[in-house]
Design a protein around this ligand. Sequence first.
Ligand code: NAD
Length: 480
Amino acid sequence: MALDLFNDYTMTIDGKAETAAATIEAHNPATEAVIAHVPDASREQLDAAVASAKAAFPAWAARPVEERQALVAKIGEVMQEHAEELSRLLTLEQGKAKAGADWEIGGSIAWCGGIATQSLPVRIIEEDEHRTVEMRHVPVGVVGAITPWNFPILLAIWKIAPALVAGNTMVLKPSPYTPLCTLKIGEMLRGVLPDGVLNVVSGGNDLGAWMTGHPDIAKISFTGSTETGKKVMQSASSNLKGITLELGGNDPAIVLPDVDPKQMAKELFWAAFQNSAQFCCAAKRLYIHDDIYDELRDELVEYARTVKMGDGSQQGVQLGPIQNKMQFEKVKDLLADAKANGYEAVLGGEVPEGAGYFVPVTIYDNPPEDARVVKEEAFGPVLPLMRFTDIEDVIARANDTDMGLAASVWSSDWTKAKAIGERIEAGVIWINEIHTFSPFASFGGHKQSGIGVTNAHEGLAEFTNLQTINTRKEPAVTIA
Ligand code: NAD
């Protein structure tokens, strides 16, 4: 039977469809209309999913890595068959514009192919005629994967692909705000992957907490807020689970005086506002040299006025709404605080009445460094522009945060920019570009932006334990 992406959302447990006694509503953030009901998993259903993943683990781990790689590549191929509908469903549930949805689906497919070429070789530490010492990576067992609502598909694939290639099985839980695409990916992989290798469960935050405390889950791979990340770390201590945490950011972008403001405005706009700034590594604080500050501010505002915000499914729309009401209220609160403190919005600042969680593009003109709109991750289309004159001062301001996810430096002299970038305390640095990612380059935050990395061999290794095998190449001495 052909797969219907727009109806009948079921969980995937042990390769089979599962409904639940309770359901949760999914909304279209552009209209606030209820678009689907999805299962709200019970604790027993989570136990069943974990038991299925645990039962599937030995056979999956024992398969040659080439077979696991081939099946991960196949995940990408199956997604490709449904790419157009997946993109439409992503816009419907997440709100993002079509170009952004296509980018996310295309990126996810490419990721499966890229990760499917990776493996972790055995390292021979010592070898002679008497003994060998080798280090190898072994899978951890059942991985619990928990994802957020901003890039629900891509961030799920960033977990599924390496975890499975490394030989683990998985229980995956999407955000309760964006469960639809993830549930459908689970459905389309039934019969493609062996039963139990990938279980997909849906539910609220409680379900996430049950997972992090579950005794048969060996590792949690979590992407979400720093606040929740701390709870995950605490709860994972119950059975000393491994954790990888990809958390929030408050990324600085530093613009040196030698760039052409007119040419830079468009790129810097998208650096900050892509995905309506619901982007962990969006440029969230824009430090502009005083020499070009006024001109670049004006160019940014002029370009921003040409960008169309609306229902992502409509032609020509470039920016969608905030994904959910909770986040909408948070961003509005930030705008209210800025207003109460008299910070000047050169664009936006007021949220119009009407259906949908729309926050207009808002740009603040040089608010103080301790303003909430500078200190906090807005996770919405709100950008503070700040003046600087001295490089040492701007580096100190860029680093004056608990966050350390990413940063960018922009200049016509890339060596100079790179030298500044190397002094920023963050896991990813971009020089004269932004938001370029690769399955072969690590992505992960410093400070309170995370623990561990995703992607690259180091990301793959996070889904394994190291095992050292010491072998004496002589008969074992038996004691008479
Ligand atoms: P969130 O922390 O509210 O939720 C993330 C996930 O955790 C959801 O699936 C949620 O149901 C689950 N959850 C909630 N409470 C839980 C608990 N107590 N135990 C276990 N799981 C629980 O985050 P969000 O609002 O969905 O996402 C936005 C945040 O994610 C932003 O801070 C953003 O910067 C961050 N983010 C980081 C990255 C990255 O790679 N570093 C990528 C995307 C988003």
